[in-house]
Design a protein around this ligand. Structure first.
Ligand code: GLN
Ligand code: ZN
Length: 758
C-alpha cells in the first residue's frame, strides 16, 4: 500500500501561539516550566491534526524552539567558543543566547536556508568538542507515542548538509569533522532503533546542489556507516527544493527510501527516474504536493504523475508526500474570511495540503473513483480562479507581451545621460543622499493605527504625513544633504505598500510563515494579473519637492523585490509576473516624471533571493530580472536620473548583472562586507554612478567622521570620483531621530573632507 507522509509541519501555530510563547518567555513573563508546557501543547496539537487528517508517516523532531539547524548543533554540543560552554545538555538560556546574543557574547550568524525565506543559525565548529548531549529525535518519538500511540517518523538533519552549512573549519578538516560527528549520529540512530522506531527521515537538501567528488565519497561513507551500524532502521534519505544532482549515486546508497521533489525539481527528477529507473529494494518518497506554494493542486494532474511513477516504482513502494517541509506555508485557510470565494477556494496552506496528500494516497491505493467527488471539487476550485477576470486581463497581457518583445533601452547610453544630468542638476562632487526611509517613530506608527482603525480620517492622516515630510525636508537641508527624500512615512513595508495599491494582489488575515526565530512574515499574494490603477507615490513626493529647491528622489520598490517577497501564482512563469510588475511600476515612474520628479529610485534589495539553486539556471534568471528592472525605468528622459538600491552585501558575484540594469546611480551596502564588495567593483570596473554605504544603519551607534573618511578614501582608490556618491548603507526607518541626524551630520562632514582632497 502507498503511504502518505509529511516532511515537516509549521511550528508557529494557527494563531502564532508559538511566536507569542517564545517572546513572552524571552521577556521574562513566563516561567520555563510553563513555557515548556505551552510548546508541548502546540506540538501535540500538530500531531493530532496530522493523525486526524489520515497521514501515515507523521514527522516528529521537526518542531523547534527556534531553528532546527541550531537544534542539531546543540544536540551535538556544538556551541560557539565565546559562550564558555562546558559540555552537557545545552540549557534553554544558552540555546537562545546562541540564537539571539547575550550581554557578553554576540549571536551566531543567521543565513537563508537554501532558496527560501527561512533563516537558520550557522553552526560554528571551531573549538567545539562534539558529544551527544541529548537524543532529541528519540524524545520527540516517545512523546508522540505516549500521547497518541503515534508511530512518529523522526526527522534529522543529515551529516553532509549539516557540515556544508556549518562554518569555522577549513575544507581540509572536513573528514576529521565527519569522523567526529558520525559516531554521534550512529548513536542517535541506534537508540531510535532500540526503541522500535521504524522510519527515520534524514534530510540532505545539499544533494540538489553540485557536489565535488570528495563530498560524494563522504555521502557514501555516511550512509554505508549508518546501514552497517543500524541495519534494521528504515532510513529515508530526503532531498528537496530542486532535482538531485548525481541521481545514480544517490539511489544506489544503502538506504530504505529516497525522497525526491517532484514540484520544484520535477523535470530533472522525473527524467532521471525514467532514464535510470529506480532500485527495486527501495521506496520512493514522491514529493508531489508543493510544500512552498500556497495553491491548491490540480489533484488529477498529480494523480497522473503518481501513476507514471507507479509504473516505474510500483505503487506499494510509493510514499505520497509534500515536496518539502510545510514550514514554508501558512497554517490554515480556515481563518481567511475576507478573501473572494474564488481566491479562497484555490488556496491550500499546510492543513489543506494534509488533506491533499491523504486524498492522493487513497486514490493511489483504491483508485481515482474512490475519491472522484473530491478530485472533481479540487479541479473546479483550481479552474474557478484560473477562469477569473483577475487572471484574464487581456489588456494587461497584450501590453506586457508587446513591451517584453523588445530589449528595453534608455534613449541614450550612460555617458551621454550623465553629461546631460550633470548639466541639469549641477550636483557637487560626491553628492550626498539617503536610501529613502527616515525614522518610523512611535508617533508615526500610532498615527497609522488611528487612521487604520478609522479614528482618524484621510485628511488627518495625510496632514500628519505632510508634517513629517516638512520636518525631514528641513532637517535634510539643514544637515546639508544634496539629494533629498520624502522619508516614506506613509509606508509600513516596502512591498505591502505597493501591493495594496496595485491590482492582482490580495492580503491574507493570518497567512504567516516563519522567517527567522520568532519573526514571522505575512507575504502578499499575487493571484491575478498585476495592473497599475492610480499613482501610488506621486502625492507625497510632489509635496516634498514643493518644499525645497534641492532635488527630491522618488522612491519605489522594484518588480523583482516585490515578486520575491510575495507568494506568487503558479499558473504562469515568474518571468511573466516580473514583467507585469515592471509594466505597472513603469507607469508609476512615468507619473512621477510627469509630476516634475527628476530623480527616481527603484529599490531592488531582493534580486539575489530569487537566484535559482541550479547554476545553469542562474544566468537566465538574472537576464530577465535585469530586463524587468530596465522595463520599469527605460522610458524616462535622459535628464531623469534613475537610482537603485541593494543591500545585504551578497552581490559579489552579480556585478555584471547589476551593471546591466543600467541605473544611473546605485547605492549599495558595503560597511558590513569589509571592503570585499569594493574589490568586486574594482575587478569589474563598474562604470556607472555608485554610492557606497559609508556607515552601518543596523546599529544605533553614531559613526565617527574619521571612520567614514577611511571608507571613502579606500573606495576612491578604486572608483572614479566623478561617479561616486556618499550615503548610508540602507534605509533609516528603524533608527531614532537624534542618532540619525547626528550620523548624517558626520557623513556630510566626511564628505566635505573628501571634497577638499579632490
Ligand atoms: N527605500 C527603502 C528604505 O529606505 C529601502 C529598504 C531596503 O533596502 N530594504 O527603507
Ligand atoms: Zn537596503
Amino acid at each position: 500500500m502507498a503511504k502518505s507522509s509529511v516532511l515537516g509541519y509549521p511550528r508557529i501555530g494557527a494563531n502564532r501561539e508559538w511566536k507569542k510563547a517564545l517572546e513572552a518567555f524571552w521577556a521574562g513573563k513566563t516561567e520555563e516550566a510553563v513555557f515548556q508546557e505551552q510548546l508541548r501543547e502546540i506540538r501535540l496539537n500538530h500531531l493530532r491534526k496530522q493523525r486526524d487528517k489520515g497521514i501515515d508517516l507523521i514527522p516528529v523532531n521537526d518542531f523547534s524552539y527556534y531553528d532546527h539547524v541550531l537544534d542539531t548543533a546543540t544536540m551535538f554540543g556544538i556551541v560557539p567558543q565565546r559562550f564558555a560552554y562546558k559540555g552537557g545538555v545545552v540549557p534553554l538560556s544558552l540555546y537562545y543566547g546562541i540564537a539571539r546574543g547575550t550581554k557578553e557574547a554576540t549571536a551566531s550568524e543567521m543565513t537563508k536556508w537554501f532558496n527560501t525565506n527561512y533563516h537558520y543559525i550557522v553552526p560554528e565548529l571551531d573549538g567545539a568538542t562534539p558529544e551527544l548531549t541529548e537524543n532529541k529525535p528519540l524524545a520527540a518519538y516517545r512523546e508522540a507515542k505516549e500521547a497518541f500511540g503515534i508511530e512518529g517518523k523522526p526527522v534529522i538533519l543529515g551529516p553532509l548538509t549539516f557540515l556544508k552549512l556549518s562554518k569555522g573549519y577549513k575544507p581540509a578538516e572536513t573528514d576529521a569533522w565527519l569522523d567526529r560527528l558520525l559516531p554521534l549520529y550512529v548513536q542517535v540512530l541506534r537508540e531510535l532503533a532500540n526503541e522500535g522506531v521504524q522510519w527515520v527521515q534524514i534530510d540532505e537538501p545539499i544533494l540538489v546542489t553540485k557536489l565535488a567528488a570528495d563530498d560524494l565519497k563522504r555521502l557514501k561513507t555516511i550512509y554505508e556507516t549508518f546501514s552497517a551500524a543500524v541495519p534494521e532502521l528504515n532510513v529515508i534519505l530526503q532531498t528537496y527544493f530542486e532535482s538531485v544532482e548525481n541521481y545514480s549515486e544517490i539511489v544506489s546508497l544503502p538506504v530504505k527510501g529516497i525522497g525526491l521533489d517532484f514540484v520544484h525539481g520535477s523535470a530533472g527528477n522525473l527524467s532521471a527516474i525514467k532514464q535510470f529507473g529506480f532500485p527495486a529494494d527501495k521506496v520512493l518518497g514522491a514529493g508531489v504536493i508543493d510544500g512552498r506554494g500556497i495553491w491548491k493542486a490540480s489533484l488529477r494532474e498529480k494523480l497522473a504523475l503518481l501513476d507514471q511513477l507507479a509504473g516505474i516504482v510500483s505503487s506499494d513502494r510509493l510514499i505520497v508526500q509534500s515536496s518539502c517541509s510545510l514550514l514554508h506555508v501558512p497554517v490554515t485557510v480556515e481563518q481567511e474570511t475576507k478573501l473572494s470565494a474564488e481566491l479562497r477556494g484555490a488556496l491550500a496552506f499546510a492543513d489543506e495540503k494534509l488533506n491533499e496528500i491523504a486524498l492522493l494516497a487513497k486514490a493511489v491505493n483504491s483508485g481515482a473513483s474512490a475519491v472522484a467527488l473530491e478530485l472533481d471539487q479540487s479541479e473546479r476550485d483550481v479552474q474557478a480562479l484560473k477562469q477569473s477576470e483577475e487572471r484574464n486581463r487581456k489588456d494587461i497581457q497584450k501590453a506586457v507581451t508587446e513591451i517584453a518583445s523588445k530589449q528595453p533601452e534608455r534613449h541614450s547610453p550612460f555617458a551621454a545621460r550623465q553629461a546631460t544630468q550633470q548639466a541639469k542638476w549641477q550636483l557637487p562632487l560626491f553628492p550626498t543622499t539617503t536610501i529613502g526611509s527616515f525614522p518610523q517613530s512611535a508617533e508615526v506608527r500610532k498615527a497609522r493605527q488611528l487612521w487604520r482603525k478609522g479614528e482618524w480620517n484621510e485628511k488627518q492622516y495625510a496632514d500628519f504625513i505632510r508634517d513629517q515630510i516638512d520636518l525631514w525636508i528641513k532637517l535634510q537641508e539643514e544637515i546639508g544633504i544634496d539629494v533629498l527624500v520624502h522619508g516614506e512615512f506613509e509606508r509600513t513595508d516596502m512591498v505591502e505598500f505597493f501591493g495594496e495599491k496595485l491590482a492582482g494582489f490580495a492580503f491574507t488575515q493570518n497567512g504567516w510563515v516563519q522567517s527567522y526565530g520568532s519573526r514571522c512574515v505575512k507575504p502578499p499574494v499575487i493571484y491575478g494579473d498585476v495592473a497599475f490603477e492610480q499613482p501610488m507615490t506621486v502625492e507625497e513626493t510632489k509635496y516634498a519637492q514643493s518644499k525645497t529647491d534641492r532635488p527630491v528622489k522618488g522612491m519605489l520598490t522594484g518588480p523583482i523585490t516585490i515578486m520575491n517577497w510575495s507568494f506568487v501564482r503558479d499558473d504562469i512563469p515568474r518571468e511573466q509576473i516580473a514583467y507585469q510588475l515592471a509594466y505597472a511600476l513603469r507607469q508609476e515612474v512615468e507619473a512621477l516624471e510627469n509630476a516634475g520628479i527628476g530623480m527616481i529610485q527603484v529599490d531592488e534589495p531582493a534580486v539575489r533571493e530569487g537566484l535559482p539553486l541550479k547554476e545553469n539556471e542562474q544566468a537566465g534568471y538574472l537576464a530577465w530580472a535585469v530586463k524587468a528592472f530596465r522595463m520599469t525605468t527605460c522610458t524616462v528622459q535622459d535628464t531623469t536620473q534613475i537610482h537603485t538600491h541593494m543591500c545585504y552585501c551578497e552581490f559579489h558575484d552579480m556585478i555584471d548583472s547589476i551593471e546591466e540594469m543600467d541605473a544611473d546611480v546605485i547605492s549599495i551596502e558595503t560597511s558590513r562586507s569589509h571592503g570585499e564588495l569594493i574589490h568586486s567593483f574594482e575587478i569589474n570596473t563598474y562604470k556607472l554612478g555608485i554610492g557606497l554605504g559609508v556607515y552601518d544603519i543596523h546599529s544605533p551607534r553614531v559613526p565617527q567622521v574619521a571612520e567614514m573618511t577611511n571608507m571613502i578614501d579606500r573606495a576612491l582608490q578604486v572608483l572614479d570620483p566623478k561617479l561616486f556618491w556618499i550615503n548610508p548603507d540602507c534605509g533609516l526607518k528603524t533608527r531614532g531621530q537624534e542618532e540619525t541626524v547626528a550620523s548624517l551630520r558626520n557623513m556630510v562632514e566626511a564628505t566635505k573632507i573628501a571634497r577638499a582632497k579632490h
